[in-house]
Design a binder for this molecule. Sequence first.
Ligand SMILES: *Cc1c(COP(=O)(O)O)cnc(C)c1O
Length: 457
Amino acid sequence: MNTPTKFVLDESKMPRDWYNIMADLPVPLAPPLHPGTLQPIGPDDLAPLFPMELIMQEVSAERTVPIPEPVREVFRLWRPAPLYRAHRLEKALGTPAKIYYKYEGVSPAGSHKPNTAVPQAWYNAQAGIKRLSTETGAGQWGSSLAFAGALFGIEVTVYQVRVSYDQKPYRRALMETYGAKCLPSPSDTTNCGRAILAANPDHPGSLGIAISEAVEVAASHDDTKYALGSVLNHVLMHQTIIGQEAMLQLEMAGDDPDVIVGCTGGGSNFAGICFPFIGQQLRGGGRTKQRRIVAVEPSACPSLTRGKFAYDFGDTGHLTPLTKMHTLGSTFTPPGFHAGGLRYHGMAPLVSHLKDLGLIEATAYPQTACFEAGVLFARAEGIVPAPEANHAVKGAIVEALRCKAEGRSEVILFNLCGHGHFDMSAYANYAAGKLVDQAYDENELAMALAGLPSVPA
Ligand SMILES: *Cc1c(COP(=O)(O)O)cnc(C)c1O
């Protein structure tokens, strides 16, 4: 076989700027609103939570934002990340399609999340911040921020959703190895946590509650700020290094993607791989034929495919600004499933906006179908994907089999956003036939949607 398997960029080719899709949007994004006044918020409203540099990135309309040199220096530990041609998966599927995957599992924490954890910790350190508070579900984000905090001498406090805290001791051990403090949420360290525990001492917790706790701590301490691992504009922008690298690597391969696939929890790894390509097309560059961009989400938490495009809160305690997004309602609790990173009730405003404009598609699959795809991938390519990433693998395989049925040799690119080495109990459950596809409760969804805040048009 003469076609290469791995496309590796030299460190000198690592992108020097992040790409900001705000500059190329055909219709501007709806502004975030203050949770009390329902008026558009300004940079000052966010100042208790984030350092000014990150707030300016959040509202920036500049097409490119330079990546600070100290951040690029840390990135050199694992970036540029490799792009692979999935020769063996193609053969296993018998597809004429060419499948490429960008592998973000090579980072120290094992996913794409350090791409934003490192710059967030760096900007906070530059602003003299001593501590960062954050939430984590399965622990991917918490361990990424713990790693980044250790690099720049910032203390990190992580509120981990109680069920994950109890069920996933190894991610917690990783956070503690990096020096972070990890607390089960709801906890007795915040007003929000205490109120929930008073009503139910055995509350299993949720991402929405953990966000409320982390935000409360940041808002009430001068030396502490808050960090979020997805959803926000600046977080999505930090991830665009993925797609920019993939663009250069596909040039090396002499190919251009017809279809780009990513999994969506809050939308950041998906945005990372596809925004640079979407931007190129919005500016009329690249190619004339429209690429298809496919977001894949779990059927049990289907914000893009079943949610409403409306203003909603980002957290359960209603401390965060309201943003216009695809949402299942901030009180919606998805049934238990293994892709912890995809359990959020909302979707990034930018990804939601692109969906509303028809610039991206969305589809949902149940977890057993995704694990089946992940196991097929592992047996062909060797890498065991994170349960979240299995959704992207499933989406790519569906496209490859469509190409087979249609006899077309399209080029498929997907983001393999993390490895599953901390998630082997989920794979063991799958192998033992213990994974079931639990549907969400339609009544609960209807109630959560009925409870959306009413915002005057
Ligand atoms: C956190 C996480 C996700 C979900 O977050 P996005 O912002 O949608 O990328 C997906 N995959 C992995 C491996 C994660 O750690």
